[in-house]
Design a protein around this ligand. Structure first.
Ligand code: GUN
Length: 287
């Protein structure tokens, strides 16, 4: 069966072109959206993510501000920085790259970000709004997946959607968004019994577990839509998803590649949220 490749790079490029024009329009009114990116410590993957986010901002005309704190930064130092960014009118969005070093309380740090600048959508205010179906800033990865599905004309209504992974960043908000899209949703995790059986009943299977090529063809129903959130580096250096693309693509009706599927969409939704924040903050200049 021929499958449709859900090309996140292509959709991201199209969405960025539209956002560029939107930002040009805002600039004409004296508004330049600003994103503050905070990185604590020296995690090499986080460094790459932060550099990419800054590059994306530059590409479409969002101003970015980087704040790099040392690995041994104190909680007061980080919270003080967030307080200052909350007050800074040039900053519309604040993102603290996760994970942060273990001596810092992640939940406390996220709560300190003003919820109207929480472009990651991680603050309990925003997770609550998402749960009651009034998302302000939806978390970027699941929001990007919803865009990919919409662009491909895949309607979730009435479908069995299985989400594998229950993180606060991906699995839980993903399940909520699919529920709002009228799917029948099952959330699986490391303690799920008969995972293979549950997955093989999915019309839409979304995998975010961080285990290289864990989902093989025998987990997948013929004709299913398969979304791979994984990004793993194999011992031989190859970048892989959580899905065995080769085997699963022979059964799926649509599937995301890794890289080039979900990743570019996550980055794009951050830009979208930052523009939204800017428009909220500067609404009196827009009318
Ligand atoms: N670490 C992994 N993914 C993310 C993300 O979407 N946002 C932030 N802030 N940190 C992350």
């Amino acid at each position: 069966m021929a499958y449709k490749l859900l090309d996140g790079r292509d959709l991201a490029r199209r969405m960025k072109e539209a956002m560029k024009l939107e930002i040009r329009d805002m600039a004409g009114k004296g508004i330049v959206p600003g994103l503050a990116v905070v990185i604590v410590g020296n995690d090499p993957a986080s460094r790459i993510y932060v550099n990419n986010k800054k590059k994306d901002c530059e590409e479409i005309g969002i101003r970015s501000f980087e704040y790099a704190l040392p690995e041994d930064a104190s909680e007061d130092q980080l919270l003080g920085l967030i307080d200052a960014l909350n007050e800074d009118p040039a900053v519309d969005g604040i993102l603290v790259q996760l994970p942060i070093p273990r001596h810092l309380d992640e939940a406390k740090v996220i709560r300190r970000i003003s919820h109207d600048k929480d472009v990651d959508g991680f603050h309990p205010y925003n997770t609550g709004e998402l749960m009651i179906g009034r998302p302000v800033f939806a978390p970027c990865t699941p929001a990007g997946i919803m865009e990919l599905l919409k662009d491909a004309g895949i309607d979730a209504a009435g479908k069995n959607c299985v989400v594998v992974g229950r993180s606060n960043i991906v699995g839980k908000p993903m399940a909520m968004m699919m529920l709002h899209a009228n799917a029948t949703v099952t959330i699986c995790h490391s303690r799920t019994a008969n995972l293979k059986d549950v997955c093989s009943r999915a019309d839409i299977l979304i995998v975010a577990i961080g285990r290289s090529e864990f989902i093989t063809a025998d987990y997948v129903k013929e004709g299913a839509v398969v979304i791979d959130v994984g990004m793993n580096r194999r011992d031989d250096g190859k970048l892989t998803g959580d899905v065995d693309f080769e085997g699963v693509s022979a059964k799926a009706s649509a599937i995301t590649p890794v890289p080039g599927g979900v990743g570019p969409m996550t980055r794009t939704m951050l830009l979208k949220n930052t523009i939204k924040a800017s428009k909220m903050h500067k609404r009196d200049m827009l009318s």
